[in-house]
Design a protein around this ligand. Structure first.
Ligand SMILES: Cc1ncc(COP(=O)(O)O)c(C=O)c1O
Length: 367
């Protein structure tokens, strides 16, 4: 893969992860074992929840959370149209039917005022997404789910480290789902985590991720009372995750700083806006901007060899979901945001100078 001279994002390894891997390899046990349990315990403590379970990815975290909370094949789940397609795919993988809903324009998150009109008698769950570390309106969402007896599984794949009114993202609703894929605050190559306050969800999820087995015996003569899958993480990955955790707080601080630099450097520039961030407890993984001249900005950044990412297409417009939600114009905010948005260079080691150079290119493009 070609790398731009200023990269959009890159995973960072700062704490001798190779040494941690070597330790696990020489232990002779590389499956889901003591390192996974240690990682779960540290994350549960950090997030202030009683249960945490590692799984293969953020996608399987959402699928298993839904199933463990009682979601059944044929049930419907409301999902924001503006998200990475994994959120919708996780619902589909659980045997569910996706009902898209539009977002609100300032924070780019599921709009709770639109939920009522998306409800049907088959609605069983809502999967809101904390896009780019911004927290959804959990006061409204939890109230709505209680009133309509719905499961609330939060896709907080991008929300590690952010909190709302003192409560970490991922700890709202029935379960929260994190991702450790390479473009997150910490990575183990691939990996996911479910956190929950429900003993029942945690127990059921642990069975489902391991072939329906409640207790691991010799592996040969184990009992499997339920149907399950193999969505287990490995100690190799968990060992890397434990080392990555040592950098998490510093990375969150650097991301806050990066955002401040961009906001200062782009202050007063016409024809663009920066989506709202509530406060310093909400940390954006990548700095984002919106402009109806996004095409021109993207071309100028490309010409200057500055890495960036355009926003996702509305999920309902993807071939995979074609026909599920009908006409163009159904989700107007997502459609315009998708056209207007891009994520700017956001590596953990970005300097103020690089931010300034990127913003100069943007300013010239908009002149
Ligand atoms: C918003 C969102 N949801 C879900 C996922 C899926 O996570 P994973 O790639 O670990 O399956 C991701 C990340 O890739 C994501 O950004």
């Amino acid at each position: 893969m070609m790398t731009a001279s200023i990269p959009w994002f890159a995973p960072a390894f700062e704490n001798d992860e190779a040494e941690a891997l070597a330790e696990v390899i020489s232990s002779g046990y590389v499956n889901d074992g003591p390192k996974c349990r240690e990682f779960e315990a540290v994350m549960a403590e950090r997030l202030g929840v009683p249960h945490a379970a590692v799984v293969t990815s953020g996608t399987t975290a959402i699928t298993l959370s839904l199933l463990a909370a009682g979601f059944r094949p044929g049930d419907e789940a409301i999902v924001p149209d503006f998200t990475f397609i994994a959120t919708a795919n996780a619902v589909t993988l659980a045997g569910g039917v996706v009902r898209f809903a539009d977002i609100e324009p300032d924070r780019l998150l599921l709009d709770p005022t639109l939920l009522e009109q998306r409800l049907t008698p088959r609605t069983r769950a809502i999967v809101p997404v904390d896009v780019n570390g911004r927290g959804c309106d959990y006061g409204a969402l939890e109230g709505f789910c209680r009133a309509h007896d719905l499961i609330l599984v939060c896709d907080t794949a991008e929300g590690l480290g952010s909190s709302q009114n003192g409560q970490p993202l991922g700890t709202f609703g029935d379960a929260g789902c994190f991702s450790f894929s390479p473009n997150k605050f910490m990575t183990m190559g691939q990996g996911g985590l479910v956190v929950t306050r429900s003993q029942q969800i945690a127990d059921r999820l642990r069975e489902m991720k391991d072939q329906g087995r409640r207790v691991q015996g010799t592996g040969g003569d184990d009992n499997h009372p339920l149907i399950g899958y193999n969505f287990k993480l490995t100690d190799l990955q968990a060992a890397v995750g434990l080392r990555q955790l040592r950098s998490l707080d510093a990375r969150l601080d650097r991301a806050r700083q990066r955002d401040r630099w961009y906001r200062a450097a782009l202050h007063g520039v016409n024809d663009l806006r920066l989506p709202a961030r509530r406060d310093e407890n909400e940390v954006c993984l990548w700095t984002d901007l919106l402009s109806d001249r996004a095409e021109e900005i993207s071309a100028a950044l490309k010409a200057a060899d500055i890495g960036h990412r355009r926003f996702w297409h509305p999920v309902h417009s993807q071939g995979a979901y074609a026909g599920t939600e009908g006409a163009e114009g159904a989700f107007p905010v997502t459609e315009s945001v998708s056209r207007e948005g891009l994520w700017l260079p956001s590596t953990f080691d970005i300097t103020e100078e690089t931010v300034a150079r990127t913003c100069d290119v943007i300013r010239v493009a908009l002149r």
